[in-house]
Design a protein around this ligand. Structure first.
Ligand code: SF4
Length: 204
């Protein structure tokens, strides 16, 4: 029985999030918001080895998060869509693709399930993600709704990114983007940047 449940959940997340990677449809100049908000090398690994991401989808926290997303989207009567916006960077056209959890043409909400304590919220990468969704959709208002075992917390994201801010995010897209990423990364045993990062940390 459990294998059927897991298979159904996995098919659902493949269809919703990972099909474009598994079918090798990723275009070099089309970048997902979640890629730009995290490590550059991780996106290279993900595009070459997308099958490895699937095991992450069946971690208990990921399953709970996805069930909450599906429940809220059903209650809101919303089906996720991909929004795109292009930008010229040194003569090359890049297209940024975002899939916000809710957008009604004016108000945008991203749902986040977390067990992190309230005082650690919002997370820097979540803020960045929603700012980029705002830039793509030109939403008038944007929020992060944190769903935690201790309560619901709403964060209003006021800042609007200008095109130059987005250009800078491409220019500063590093491996990793945030120092904590390597410790949680499924590629850390194989990644040359993780090793360099660890050495840099050791030298401190
Ligand atoms: S180990 Fe670190 S640098 Fe390497 S892919 Fe993962 S997050 Fe990026």
């Amino acid at each position: 029985m459990i294998e059927k449940i897991l298979r159904t959940l996995l098919d659902h997340v493949i269809e919703k999030y990972h099909k474009w990677l598994l079918e090798r449809k990723a275009m070099p100049n089309e970048i997902a918001v979640y890629e730009l908000c995290s490590c550059r090398q991780k996106s290279i690994f993900n595009r070459s080895l997308p099958e490895l991401i699937l095991s992450e989808s069946l971690r208990p926290g990921s399953i709970i998060g996805e069930l909450i997303h599906e429940g809220l989207e059903k209650i809101f009567g919303y089906e996720e869509k991909v929004f795109k916006k292009s930008i010229d960077i040194e003569g090359v056209k890049y297209t940024l693709c975002g899939q916000p959890d809710y957008f009604d043409g004016e108000v945008l909400i991203d749902f986040k399930y977390t067990t992190a304590p309230e005082h650690t919220l919002p997370k820097e990468h979540h803020l960045l993600q929603v700012k980029l969704y705002k830039w793509i959709t030109e939403a008038k208002e944007a929020y992060i709704l944190y769903i935690t075992p201790r309560g619901l917390f709403t964060i209003k994201v006021e800042e609007c990114l200008a095109d130059d801010d987005v250009r800078r995010l491409f220019e500063t897209w590093s491996s990793p983007r945030f120092p904590w990423e390597c410790a949680q990364c499924l590629y850390r045993s194989h990644c040359p940047h993780a090793k360099a990062h660890k050495e840099a940390e050791t030298r401190k």
